[in-house]
Design a protein around this ligand. Structure first.
Ligand code: TPP
Length: 302
């Protein structure tokens, strides 16, 4: 989680200085969801992510230098510098990509889970999505088929209460995602998304169930500490200063340090280690070659 925090802090800085191309959405404050869920997966399992996906990639084992090089638009990036933050894919790590289109990870993960089942590989596919996707039709089409075909699929909603500036309470009717999922006969539960151990406990049981053909939905209640993207202040427009401060008091890094009984010198050392990894990743990205117009059609299939 510390590595993700430091990586995203550096990515945001690179974005502000103009070194990172395209846009960047950071998940600072939401690290426990990525780590709690993905720590229960094996290397052969697959993850699909959304537009706020650096943490999912790192947790799945994507190398920090190659992910940073992707954000910098360089040839050593996981998508050869053509994808950027929202189209970063590393199939060798089972990381099937960040995605720009809200909700798109969900049906793609359904398809991957179907392939896993038909091939009898025993792999589980996990899709992350935000509360902004809760009212997308593809979620319910996927839940229907996942239940019908007993797919090895876990859908993880990172419910941070806002889709850009729209509060989930202004867009979503009824009792919420868990009861919607249960109406398809899919296991579903909400969890404190700031507590990595709680997320890991729930995910461990749901992932093993999915491996045995029982699809599941996790709703992790979490919060992004920063604005949606650049130009969106952390508070003052659609979120109050007090609301943001209340969630920052539940920082997943602090919660885990408390639960694990880590003293300050240990957390400082972990932070220092993460900074060193990220500094090396930035140096690698800076030294990597830019992609050129000649590379434009390389890897394009159609
Ligand atoms: C289908 C679609 N509609 C609109 C957008 C523009 N858009 C980008 S991010 C976003 C909000 C997503 O909110 P949420 O899913 O809750 O994730 P969060 O940003 O809170 O992590 C929107 C509406 C988009 N990318 N795709």
């Amino acid at each position: 989680m510390t590595l993700i925090r430091r990586f995203e802090t550096a990515a945001y800085r690179g974005y502000e200085s103009g070194d990172v191309f395209g846009t960047v959405h950071v998940a600072i404050g939401q690290e426990a969801t990525a780590v709690g869920v993905i720590s229960t997966l094996g290397p052969e399992d697959q993850v699909l992510s959304h537009h706020r996906g650096h943490g999912h990639a790192l947790a799945k084992g994507v190398a920090a230098p190659r992910l940073m090089a992707e954000l910098y638009g360089r040839l050593d990036g996981v998508s050869r510098g053509k994808g950027g933050s929202m189209h970063a894919t590393d199939t060798s790590s089972g990381f099937l990509g960040t995605m720009a289109i809200v909700g798109s990870s969900i049906p793609l993960a359904g398809g991957v889970a179907l392939a896993n089942k038909l091939r009898g590989t025993g792999q589980v596919c996990v899709a992350f999505f935000g509360d902004g996707a809760i009212n997308q039709g593809v979620l319910y089409e996927t839940l229907n088929l996942a239940a019908l075909w007993s797919l090895p699929l876990v859908l993880v909603c990172e419910n941070n209460s806002y889709a850009i500036t729209t509060a989930a309470s202004d867009s979503t009717a009824g009792p919420g995602l868990v009861s919607r999922a249960e109406s398809f006969g899919v296991r579903a539960e909400s969890v404190d998304g700031q507590d990595v151990l709680a997320v890991r406990d729930l995910a461990g049981s749901f992932v093993e169930g999915a491996r045995a053909g029982q699809p599941a939905v996790i709703e992790a209640l979490t919060y992004r500490f920063m604005g949606h993207s650049r130009g969106d202040p952390a508070h003052g427009v659609y979120r109050t200063k007090d609301e943001v401060a209340g969630w920052k008091a539940r920082d997943p890094l602090t919660i885990l340090a408390g639960a694990a009984g880590l003293d300050e010198s240990t957390t400082n050392r972990l932070d220092e280690d993460a900074r060193n990894v990220v500094d090396a990743a930035v140096a690698f990205a800076r030294e990597s070659e830019h992609s050129s117009p000649a590379d434009l059609t390389d890897g394009v299939l159609a």
